[in-house]
Write a protein that binds this ligand. Structure first.
Ligand code: COI
Length: 355
């Protein structure tokens, strides 16, 4: 069901990029901006449906200085990844789940939203058009970043009159982890990421700038990321800056229960299903930061991050260290998830979608 977009060959690719895919060191991909060839754009008015949209050369976009997203933060991000297989086929991971999450977020921010089919089609078109930027099998992925934004002009606080759905992509490898492949987390007691009734449960762009100061402080002290506490009691763990958190004790895996303040991660949901398949008990409940002290393992999950072992957590000045090895439960969950994403393990739940 591809829309009326011109085929990539009939459009000039971006002249924005600084180098060609042939120049990329695929073994050392980090997580940084790398202009690719095309991006997808579709527009809508406030009360309308999104037009079919089309691929455009990747590049800067024009916005009114009064655009809703620039002035009042009316915007959402999403994230999914495309993987190349040995046989050259390309698959994306759970794009429908991202589409639905964008719809829920759009409803919260008073924005119109693309249908699930439009969203998934735009993700596929973006992946295909930028195929030469998708890392070789086993070496990273193409991170696909859908944006939904109030692009029309407003002066008073109100929903913008026009909306833009834009999808761009970028080859990526490792995000946030240190040299050992693990995270070291600092439990933040001054700043909060999210409040009850706020926007912490959706992928609002407004969830990210306010955590940068805590991240910068933590990075300055040598930590890789911050773990946030609930804003009511300053006691229950919620999530890290861009990933969900899990604790393991014996055969029981626990993760904070979502109550509107925690982002419902697609990787988190996937890991919970995989943990059940492997015979673990999974509890979604309120978890006191004190419980970090007695956990056997801690790990974080996210689209950008994957499943990442936590090597240490520092809480109230005390550093708690966890084992990092190939024998851990987080490693077991990670290899199962990666296997499904890359096609070496059967995908029983139709998580992967061929492009
Ligand atoms: C993702 O995991 O896709 C995220 O949204 C994290 C991102 C903010 C780097």
């Amino acid at each position: 069901s591809h829309s009326s977009s011109p085929s990539p060959t009939s459009l000039q690719p971006s002249t924005y990029r600084e180098y060609e895919p042939e120049e990329i060191d695929w073994d050392n991909l980090g997580f940084k901006v790398m202009p690719t060839d095309y991006m997808f754009i579709a527009k809508s008015c406030l009360d309308g449906n999104f037009e079919a949209g089309q691929l455009n050369p990747f590049g800067n976009i024009q916005l009114s200085p009064s655009a809703g997203i620039l002035n009042y933060g009316q915007g959402l991000i999403e994230g999914t990844k495309a993987y190349r297989r040995e046989d050259g086929r390309i698959y994306v991971f759970r794009p429908q789940d991202s589409a639905i999450r964008m719809q829920i977020g759009a409803e919260r921010l008073c924005m119109p939203f693309p249908s699930v089919d439009q969203f998934v089609d735009a993700v596929k078109q973006t992946a295909l058009a930028n195929k030469r930027w998708i890392p070789p099998a086993g070496k990273g992925s193409l991170y696909i970043r859908p944006l939904l934004m109030g692009s029309g002009a407003v002066l008073g606080v109100a929903p913008a009159p026009e909306y833009t759905f834009l999808v761009y992509s970028c080859p990526v490898g490792i995000y946030l982890k240190d040299g050992t492949g693990a995270l070291s987390l600092y439990v933040e007691e001054e700043f909060h990421r999210s409040a009850l009734g706020g926007a912490g449960g959706i992928k609002s762009i407004t969830n990210y700038a306010p955590v940068m100061k805590a991240m910068r402080n933590a990075k300055g002290k040598g930590f890789t990321d911050v773990l946030y506490l609930d804003s009511v009691n300053n006691k229950y763990i919620e999530e890290a800056s861009s990933s969900n958190i899990f604790l393991v004790k014996g055969k029981v895996i626990s993760t904070p229960k979502a109550n509107g303040t925690i982002l419902e991660g697609v990787t988190k949901k996937s890991v919970i299903d995989i943990a059940h398949d492997l015979g673990y008990q999974v509890e979604e409940r309120m978890i006191e930061a004190e419980e970090l002290i007695t956990a056997d393992e801690v790990f974080c999950t996210g689209t950008a991050l994957g499943v990442a072992a936590v090597g240490s957590v520092t809480y109230k000045g005390k550093r708690i260290e966890y084992k990092i090895s190939s024998e851990t439960i987080s490693q077991q969950l990670n290899s199962r998830l990666v296997g499904i994403q890359r096609g070496t393990i059967e995908d029983k739940r139709n998580w992967i979608v061929e492009v």
